[in-house]
Write a protein that binds this ligand. Structure first.
Ligand code: TYM
Length: 333
């Protein structure tokens, strides 16, 4: 059967970009026959960006509640916390030893930090931790551990999945065919959802719309989407309109065509924002109540995650034994 895997870093509150780029397609995929799904909370990855323990814990709870509220069925899907699987850091080391340093030098996130430091006249690696540099290897271990074929993600993660493929190929070349070569699964229409300011919606740009903010708060956030200064009655352009792109990520083809027509006819920005709010709310509202009850029941979430980790470890412990043997390490009894 086809194996689908994806994770979300536990550094903040889930936003619409996480939902349309990863959560919604992943939950949909998990419902098809002949698919085995692996969805997890990337809390080891969170340590790279966040040194506040309470924030990591809160985010883990919120992201777990989000997956469940969005319809993930923990009986059907392997749903777990990355740090509950000790075989993942172990595999990270095995992969580290077959990964060229030059490959990691080319990672976008690392390069962005280097460029920022150089632009500020600092040492290129000034504030760069070895964790940031190694980020793609840890992610490679996440993916390769469970032999995932497809990884549903937004466009910003494609390079990481290509690197995981490279690592799998290097390892297979040296030690035999142990790893499956993974592929990114990208929904073109939502591959990069823009945020309030039109740049990619991202925790690091502080331009996000929270997925499960209370209704009135979501309306206010949507009212904050940047638009141009065209007055009511003046035709609007859909090209480069963040509001239009976000609408498209939630609406049917017919609804999107109707909004394009309204743009051409000069809809007021305030009215367009109200339409967007109503369209998103129609999809989110039924999940919101469920989310709130889950987030207020941490014990239930904890039990679900532990049960998921126990199932995932049946696979990971058997596989790491195979890999240890392949590279010539003694197997722990
Ligand atoms: P993270 O936590 O930054 O984002 C989680 C998922 O949301 C997608 N996403 C978006 N999609 C469309 N438009 C946006 N504006 C947007 N913002 C975020 C991301 O592409 C991602 O799919 N390294 C990963 C987490 C991770 C992972 C993995 C993913 C760790 N191990 C293994 C897949 C497989 C990350 O930081 O995603």
């Amino acid at each position: 059967s086809l194996r689908v895997l994806t994770g979300i870093t536990t550094t903040g509150t889930p936003h619409l970009g996480n939902y349309v780029g990863a959560i919604r397609p992943a939950v949909a995929a998990s419902r098809s026959a002949n698919v085995q799904s692996f969805y997890f909370l990337a809390d080891y990855h969170a340590l790279i960006k966040c040194d506040e323990p309470s924030r990591i814990q809160r985010s883990t709870l919120e992201i777990a509640a989000t997956w469940l509220a969005a319809g993930l069925d923990p009986e059907r899907v392997l749903f777990y916390r990355q740090s509950d699987i000790p075989e993942i850091p172990e595999l990270t080391w095995l992969l580290t030893c077959v990964t060229g340093k030059g490959l990691l030098n080319r990672a976008h996130a690392y390069k962005a930090s280097v460029d920022k430091n150089l632009a500020a006249g600092h040492d290129p690696d000034a504030d760069v931790t070895a964790g940031l540099f190694m980020y793609p290897v840890l992610m490679g271990a996440d993916i390769l551990m469970f032999k995932a074929h497809k990884v549903p993600v937004g466009r910003d993660q494609i390079q990481h999945i290509e690197m995981a493929r490279d690592m799998a190929q290097s390892f297979n070349h040296l030690y035999g065919e142990h790893f499956v070569l993974p592929e990114a699964a990208i929904e073109e229409s939502v591959a990069t959802l823009p945020g309030l300011d039109g740049r990619k919606m991202s925790k690091s740009y502080d331009n996000t719309i929270a997925l499960f903010a209370p209704r009135e708060q979501m309306r206010k956030q949507i009212a904050g989407i940047v638009t141009d200064s065209r007055a009511p009655g003046e035709p609007k352009s859909t090209e480069g309109s963040a509001l239009f792109q976000i609408y498209q990520a939630f609406a049917s083809t017919e609804e999107t065509a109707a909004l394009a027509k309204a743009y051409a006819e000069g809809i007021a920005w305030g009215d367009a924002k109200q339409l967007l709010f109503e369209r998103i709310d129609r999809e989110i509202a039924p999940m919101r109540a469920h989310y709130e009850s889950l987030v207020n029941d941490p014990a239930r979430i904890e039990n679900t995650l532990r049960a998921g980790a126990a199932r995932a470890r049946e696979l990971s412990s058997a596989f790491i034994a195979e890999l240890r043997q392949a590279v010539g390490l003694r197997n722990l009894g």
